[in-house]
Structure formats: structure tokens, C-alpha cells
Design a binder for this molecule. Structure first.
Ligand code: F6P
Length: 324
């Protein structure tokens, strides 16, 4: 099967570098004589027929921009079979023969349903700051989000030091440990609390007091947000009530999702966008662009539809050793 017209959408939370992937998809497709239609606001926009014809200049001057020019959404309707069937009709009517989806595991599950139910050709590109998709070591946006959080914590450290304060800094990532661990190691955090950790307040308090006893007057504790943001406030209250320790809370929130992508994100997204189109040209689908052993490759979609909290035991050990 050789494709003449493909669709492209972003789905789920935006991440820095999505625009680089969009640019690479559009330019690679046009280079190979394939027409690209951008679909606005993810699966929800597809169901509403929100199409945007793409040409070389529609992706000009976007490589440095955060967010996604196609916009994105989370789409509860997509869980229902009848809406997916409607989407296939809409795409066929539009002349779209295959779909590239930039998003996370939920978006890939949605893509898998299109393939399973309608044999509609799909290729995924992993885009989420959480770096939590099975089958790939990397998802677009992670590096930028980590860098943003590091810059924020470096600033907080200035105040922590000046006022001899303890800060609980909450980072995004939902159930994924990836952002918290990397940010914690890179900012020299005194403690890192992972999403599934049952917080040991006694140990936390002992660590803070031990630091003080050896002359440290400030501490940074990186807290992974876990399923619901705001968990740092509970920890703050326990530290105060049980151990008479004052800690300030800083929740970094969506600041981590925006901003100009790092070189790493731009480079990987450019390779992934290019490879996603090549995969359709080579009739390799349903697939996902992945990073394995540091290399960008294609993998079967079925390997990339789960959430993964990659096992970072060695980083945990590193953080513990260096924060003694
Ligand atoms: O999945 C990306 C992410 O930023 C998570 O880290 C965070 O928990 C969630 O999305 C926030 O989602 P929303 O932007 O819909 O509030």
C-alpha cells in the first residue's frame, strides 16, 4: 500500500518538542510526495472535523516553540466504539489514508483501537513530559520539563539558603518517578519522595535535623506529585504538627509543560517525526517511534500501550549516596 495523504494529530497533555515532531512529519511527507492534513485538538477535533491543510510554510518558525500548533485535548468520547467508527468515516471522507498520533499511552491505546477495529493504519510518536510509556526509554518533552524544574529549584535554593528554610518542591509526572528522580539528582536535593512512596515523616525529619546538626541551614525535598497534585501540603502539615519543623511548599505545576524545547528534545522529535513517515512508506504499522539503547527505532504499537515507571533503582541509590 502506498500512501498519498496522511493525517496528523496531538493528543493528551502537550509537551515541549511536539512542534519539532509536527515539522518533521510534514516536511518528510511533502519531501516524499505525500499530502498532510493536520487535525486540531486531538481525537476530539477529529470527531468535529477540525482539519488544517499543512504545507511547508505552515511548519516554518515553530521548531523553537513549546506547546503544539495543532493544539491537543483529552477525549472521553474516544472510549466509545461508535465514535471511533465515526472518526474513520470522517477520515475516509477527507481522503486521509493513515494517521500519525503524537501523545502518551492513552493516545496510543486509542490508536490501537482504530487498527484493531478498522485496520486503519496508525503510527505513534511518544510525546509526554512524564517519560512513562512502555517500550521506549524516552518521550518527547521530558528533557525540557526536567531542565525547567532544575532552573526553578536553583532559584528556590537561593531563597532557601538566604532564609535558612526547608522547601518541599512538587514536580509533575503523575505516577511516574522519572521527573522527580532526575530533577532531585541534578539539584542535589536532600530528599526525593517518589509517587508510590508511603512518606516516612520520621525519616524525613531525621534527615533534615541531621543536616542542620552538621551546619546545613536549608534543605530541598523534591516531591513527585503522584495521582493528585498537592500532596506536599499534607507532608508540610505533618512535619509541622509532629516534628515542629517549618517547610515551605512550591508546586511547579504547568510551568514544566511549557517553554522552548531543549536541543535533546528537538533532535529526538525531529528524528521521530521523520521515522514515523518513513514507517508508513515502508508499510510498517501499527508502530511507534521509540528510543532503545539511545537510538531512535520503530517498535510494534502493542509494546507501547502500557504505562511504565521505568525502574530507576540505580538513580535512587545515587541520590541517596550523594545526599548523605
Ligand atoms: O501527563 C502529563 C501531565 O503534565 C502530568 O505530569 C500531570 O499530572 C498531568 O499531565 C496534568 O494534566 P492536566 O494538564 O490535564 O491538568
Amino acid at each position: 500500500m502506498s500512501f498519498t495523504h496522511i493525517g496528523l494529530l496531538c493528543s493528551g497533555g502537550d509537551s515541549p518538542g511536539m512542534n519539532c515532531a509536527i515539522r518533521a512529519v510534514v516536511r518528510t511527507a511533502i519531501y516524499n510526495g505525500i499530502k498532510v492534513t493536520g487535525i486540531k485538538r486531538g481525537y476530539a477535533g477529529l470527531l468535529r472535523g477540525e482539519f488544517m491543510p499543512m504545507n511547508l510554510s505552515s511548519v516554518g518558525n515553530i521548531i523553537q516553540r513549546g506547546g503544539t500548533i495543532l493544539q491537543t485535548s483529552r477525549c472521553p468520547e474516544w472510549m466509545k466504539k461508535e465514535f471511533r467508527a465515526k472518526a474513520v468515516d470522517i477520515m475516509k471522507h477527507q481522503g486521509i489514508e493513515a494517521l500519525i498520533i503524537i501523545g502518551g499511552d492513552g493516545s496510543f491505546n486509542g490508536a490501537k483501537a482504530l487498527w484493531d477495529e478498522h485496520h486503519f493504519p496508525v503510527v505513534g510518536i511518544p510525546g509526554t513530559i512524564d517519560n512513562d510509556i512502555s517500550g521506549t526509554e524516552y518521550t518527547i518533552g521530558f528533557d525540557t520539563a526536567v531542565q525547567t524544574a532544575i532552573e526553578a529549584i536553583d532559584r528556590i535554593r537561593d531563597t532557601a539558603h538566604s532564609h535558612a528554610r526547608t522547601f518541599l518542591v512538587e514536580v509533575m509526572g503523575r505516577n511516574s518517578s522519572a521527573i522527580a528522580l532526575k530533577v532531585g539528582v541534578c539539584t542535589g536535593a536532600e530528599n526525593i519522595l517518589l509517587p508510590h512512596d508511603k512518606v516516612n515523616h520520621q525519616k524525613l525529619s531525621d534527615d533534615i535535623q541531621r543536616g542542620m546538626a552538621r551546619g546545613k541551614d536549608s534543605s530541598i525535598i523534591v516531591v513527585a506529585e503522584g495521582p493528585t497534585a498537592g500532596r506536599s501540603y499534607d507532608i508540610q502539615h505533618v512535619l509541622k504538627d509532629m516534628f515542629h519543623l517549618d517547610a515551605h511548599v512550591a508546586i511547579l505545576g504547568h510551568i514544566q509543560r511549557g517553554g522552548s524545547p531543549t536541543a535533546n528534545d528537538r533532535f529526538i522529535a525531529s528524528q521521530m517525526g521523520n521515522m514515523a513517515v518513513q514507517s508508513l512508506i515502508d508499510n510498517k504499522f501499527p508502530t511507534v517511534t521509540v528510543v532503545r539503547s539511545g537510538k531512535v527505532l520503530m517498535a510494534p504499537l502493542t509494546e507501547c500501550i502500557m504505562k511504565a515507571d521505568h525502574n530507576f533503582l540505580e538513580f535512587q541509590k545515587l541520590a541517596e549516596t550523594l545526599s548523605i
